[in-house]
Write a protein that binds this ligand. Structure first.
Ligand code: FE
Ligand code: FE
Ligand code: ZN
Length: 279
């Protein structure tokens, strides 16, 4: 039986050691954070004393490697040359910082093609990854499965596979499956989890699946909306969550909550509930 890897999204404003301690306080053994203000902008300089203190703490407390999330406003498929360059530079800079953390993963939203067509979007995202990869060192870069709102690329497993196909260092790529997003995108993880995972395996390979974003959805199946709900409060029944947590193909993967909790005590309660659902 594998250890349950469970965490949630935490604020990075007080640094890495503070996040590690907060994770332990709320019953988590990993966490996710934004590499900088989610709307983009400049990241603070790394405080190396904090980084080192975190490493020691993480080791002592058996924390699993953390998941960094790129600002969700980055668009690696932008039409505007300035916006595209900003996205690529930000990724490179984020990856340089993450090289201090062994085993860390870096998740990003593939991008929006903003009317250029999905094919062009896929091409631009792959090109962005080929550039950013030079900075990846040991960090795995994860493409997040998207709900498909607006011109988002990454709604289908095929579109993610098409991106990965065009990247040279494929071994440094992975996928993060967001339960709210895939359900909104039209993958029936409630009624046919087995079928969805079979598709994922056939098109992307389950060995590429590196992380799970565990969220309920405020909207019905295939709504392409992307509004997260707390576990059990949206359209994904708790029994379906339980099947996901205990599926043999998913049991080893780290799970991260990105639910609209008011505070971390809310996450503590949600994590306790998930632990109780785990076999
Ligand atoms: Fe995300
Ligand atoms: Fe997500
Ligand atoms: Zn989302």
């Amino acid at each position: 039986m594998s250890e349950f890897k469970i965490g949630c999204h935490l604020s990075s404003s007080k640094g890495f050691l503070a996040m590690g301690k907060e994770a332990v306080r709320i019953g988590a053994n990993t966490f996710q954070f934004f590499t900088r203000n989610p709307r983009g902008g400049k990241a603070k300089d790394l405080d190396m004393a904090d980084v080192e203190a975190y490493q020691v703490f993480a080791k002592e407390n058996g924390l699993f490697p953390m998941l960094a999330h790129a600002p969700y406003t980055l668009n690696c498929a932008a039409k505007d040359a300035g916006i595209l360059e900003f996205a690529r530079n930000t990724m490179c800079d984020d990856l340089d910082r993450l090289s201090h953390f062994e085993g860390a993963m870096y998740n990003f939203h593939p991008g929006s093609h903003v009317g250029q067509g999905e094919e062009k979007g896929i091409e631009l995202i792959a090109e962005s990854l080929n550039i950013a990869m030079e900075h990846a060192a040991g960090t795995r870069i994860l493409l997040e499965t998207m709900a498909g709102k607006g011109s988002e690329v990454g709604r289908s497993f095929e579109s993610l596979a098409a991106i990965i196909d065009r990247v040279e260092r494929k071994e440094s790529l992975g996928v993060c499956l967001d339960t709210c997003h895939v359900y909104d995108a039209g993958y029936d993880i409630v009624g046919d989890l087995e079928g969805v995972l079979e598709q994922f395996d056939r098109i992307l390979g389950l060995d590429r699946l590196c992380a799970m974003h565990l969220n309920d959805s405020k909207n019905p199946f295939a709504s392409h909306k992307d509004r997260h709900a707390c576990i059990g409060e949206g359209s994904i029944p708790v029994e379906a969550v339980q099947r996901i947590l205990n599926h043999p193909a998913l049991m080893d993967k780290p799970f991260y909550l990105e639910t609209p909790q008011e505070d971390n005590d809310g996450y503590a309660r949600e994590i306790a509930m998930l632990k109780a659902l785990r076999d």
